[in-house]
Design a protein around this ligand. Structure first.
Ligand code: ZN
Length: 718
């Protein structure tokens, strides 16, 4: 569909045929009725899409004197959408319907004799539908050279239950085991020692991962480039590609795959969004843009990918997107998140971006690329001050991390990706020690609690003036600890604290619990409180989740930022501790989080459930769906608020293990109203998702509802 093609036709009839008797069809439709897309009429009624040209019928006598006719012709295909680039959104949604196998048939209507050949109409040569990915991966594994280790794993299921394909390619299995079981623990526990070992050549052979991903599944080249690349790497000994040298002169690189795999492990998340690839959409099946969800992590696909990034701690992370006409390769413009060690990111990631860009343009029709960090204005609006994007999320793990936006949706842009990734790979191969030491430096600052001023230069205001990290009155931007109590005296929302601890663990942040009551200043933190000791490699990410955030209001525009600040956004109490070593020897590492059950004290017939957390809403929705009696307080009282719930003890007993609820006996001294199960009609994807999560019963038509939640303004309240 993105390039004009000529198919040579050669058919032999064992008798004499006449041109006027030949009927040409494609997919059962007359050839001439195939038309290109008409943007005006919004249907396929444009120019001729298929043409039979150079038709020749050569009739000869064979040895036995019988006549036979040889029919030759060219089947020429035009551009179905009158463009070589299918990236415009209006077209991108059209092409999936047209992909498929079609029979080209030549029929002699005078004899009913026919010739048939099946042809595939595709977006571009290497485009694969979701269902074609796994069979092709299997084929790649089968055809791979024997000295390459390949492992397939499904790292999770999409909303609709499709596998998230994940491929690891390395020299051998022991290289992968050694990295995950020996190198990573050292990286996380003692990065400084590991730096020394590398400097003293005491580490021996080691390998570091390059992690490749695609999220926006309708930015199709990012998926196909990974399979194309995998094919190359698993079948060729030496891969040749062109790039530019320091003087911008074209030069050829011979990348030896054995050398590469002696130093690098490839980790490929073919697409983070399987449902998106299936339906050719940007969003997942819940309607969420996964490349805005890495901060909040609400979607199953996001949970799976962040777990893998936190597990692999890649030295380089490449997120394959489209479409920016200038061929965009990050790093980004300001404002930068002050939790990054940006001096360490800026140097190596920018150099790697050039390696990608030079390789990307030297082997394709493209002749330039752009790096927002260098090429855009300070207010350029392509910033990385949020972990919402996967590319910026991976920066928090010390990776040279890039979102890469190819210009077009066609084979040229697939090839640009393949070469860009080869350029990125050569860059890691050539600078392995230096790049890994730099990532370990990022980690080391964390462990040492170091607020290195070298990063300040990169934290600028909208005028480009360095403002450094916002330290307030403190010397160190980072606190010593955060404490998240789970005692109701110091904590208003226990379930949300528990969710946050699970969140932190998933993201590679270490969390401890306090083994005894400990007084710091005027506060006694009770035994059992969660403590985030900020002396750790992922402290920057912990801080992003738990601190107030930055004020970037002076910037003209930002791309698609989110407020993190989980304590305020999710509503729990969080205590910043600035005193050094106050919990030393008192912390025990948390491996998992057990749900805290609701303890029912006293013996009242009815209990108040305070409307204080999401568990309260979920538990009430569960009781209502089971037709249990539920009431709400009709006015405030001393200890309770209008809108708190009242339920029977016997019903509370049934759900108390499942939910963490604030309850107290109900003394019948406050007026109540009976609550009925609401029938909720919601319009937008986000509200539907949230309401489902909270256990509301959703109806499909507004007329069947008694509550309408309309966040996109499309419901008809009549
Ligand atoms: Zn994208």
């Amino acid at each position: 569909m993105t390039q004009k093609e000529t198919v040579k036709i050669n058919a032999e009839f064992n008798y004499e045929v006449k041109e006027e008797n030949l009927k040409w069809t494609f997919g059962g439709k007359d050839i001439s009725s195939w038309k290109t897309w008409s943007p005006d009429k919004k249907d396929y009624s444009g120019q001729e899409f298929l043409k039979i040209e150079n038709l020749k019928i050569n009739t000869i006598k064979d040895e036995s004197g019988k006549l036979k006719s040889i029919v030759t012709a060219d089947l020429n295909t035009d551009l179905l959408y009158d463009t070589v680039d299918l990236s415009p959104r209006s077209i991108r949604v059209k092409y999936p319907d047209m992909i498929g196998n079609y029979d080209l048939k030549i029929e002699d209507t005078s004899t009913n004799t026919s010739f048939k050949n099946t042809m595939k109409l595709n977006v571009y040569d290497s485009y694969r539908k979701y269902d074609e990915l796994k069979p092709e991966l299997d084929q790649i594994f089968k055809n791979a050279k024997s000295n390459i280790y390949l492992n397939y794993e499904s790292i999770g299921k999409s909303v609709e239950g499709r596998d998230m394909h994940f491929v690891v390619m390395a020299k051998d299995k022991s290289s992968v085991d050694k990295y995950l079981n020996e190198t990573v623990p050292m990286m996380l526990e003692n990065p400084e020692q590991l730096q020394q070992k590398i400097k003293n050549k005491a580490l021996g052979d080691y390998k570091i991962p390059i992690f490749i991903n695609n999220i926006h599944a309708d930015e199709a080249p990012g998926v196909d480039a990974q399979l194309d690349l995998l094919k190359k790497l698993t079948t060729q000994d030496v891969i040749k590609y062109k790039t530019l040298d320091k003087n911008n002169k074209e030069t050829e690189v011979e990348l030896n795959v054995k050398d590469l795999l002696d130093n690098v492990i490839f980790v490929m998340s073919i697409t983070e969004n399987p449902d998106g690839r299936y339906y050719n959409t940007r969003a997942n099946a819940n309607g969420f843009d996964l490349n805005r969800d890495n901060g909040y992590q609400t979607q199953v696909e996001t949970l799976s990918i962040v777990e893998q990034i936190a597990k692999w701690n890649p030295v380089s992370f490449l997120d394959l997107h489209g479409f920016v006409k200038g061929f965009l390769i990050e790093p980004c413009t300001p404002p930068h998140d002050p939790n990054y060690e940006y001096d360490l990111i800026a140097k190596n990631a920018t150099a790697q971006a050039h390696a990608m860009g030079n390789a990307g343009i030297s082997n394709t029709k493209y002749d330039s690329y752009e790096i927002p960090f260098e090429d855009y204005d300070v207010n350029g609006g392509w910033d990385d001050a949020t972990a919402a994007y996967t590319g910026t999320y991976a920066l928090h793990h010390g990776a040279m991390s890039h979102t890469i936006e190819v210009p077009e949706l066609n084979q040229d842009s697939v090839d640009a990706f393949v070469n860009a990734v080869l350029g990125a790979s050569s860059f890691v191969l050539d600078g392995q020690d230096e790049l890994f030491i730099s990532q370990l430096e990022y980690y080391k600052r964390g462990v040492n609690g170091e607020d290195n001023r070298a990063a300040d230069k990169y934290f600028v205001n909208s005028k480009g003036e360095s403002i450094g990290r916002p330290r307030g009155n403190y010397e160190n931007f980072f606190p010593e600890y955060y404490v998240l109590p789970v005692d109701s005296k110091l904590q208003k929302n226990i379930p949300e604290v528990q969710e946050t601890v699970k969140y932190l663990l998933r993201n590679g942040v270490k969390v401890d619990t306090l083994d005894s009551d400990t007084k710091v200043g005027n506060t006694i933190y009770p035994k059992g409180s969660y403590v985030v000791n900020m002396h750790q490699v992922k402290r920057g990410y912990a801080n992003l989740v738990l601190y107030d955030g930055i004020n970037a209001s002076d910037f003209k525009e930002m791309y698609a930022e989110i407020v993190m600040n989980f304590p305020d956004v999710r509503g729990f109490d969080n205590y910043e501790v600035r005193n050094k070593n106050v919990f030393k020897g008192k912390l025990k590492s948390v491996k998992s989080v057990e749900k805290i059950e609701t303890k029912i004290n006293g013996d009242s017939e009815k209990y108040i459930i305070k409307n204080s957390n999401n568990d309260a809403i979920k538990s009430i929705n569960e009781l209502l769906s089971k037709n249990k009696d539920v009431y709400v307080l009709a006015k405030d009282s001393k200890a309770n608020e209008e809108g708190d719930y009242v339920v029977n003890k016997k019903d509370l007993n049934e759900i108390s293990k499942k939910y963490t609820l604030d309850i107290e006996p109900f003394k019948d001294d406050i007026p109540t109203l009976r609550l009925r199960e609401p029938k909720v009609y919601a319009t937008g994807s986000y509200s539907k998702f949230v309401l489902n999560e909270l256990g509301f019963k959703l109806v499909n038509k507004s007329e069947d509802s008694n509550i309408i939640i309309d966040d996109i303004g499309s419901a008809n309240p009549q």
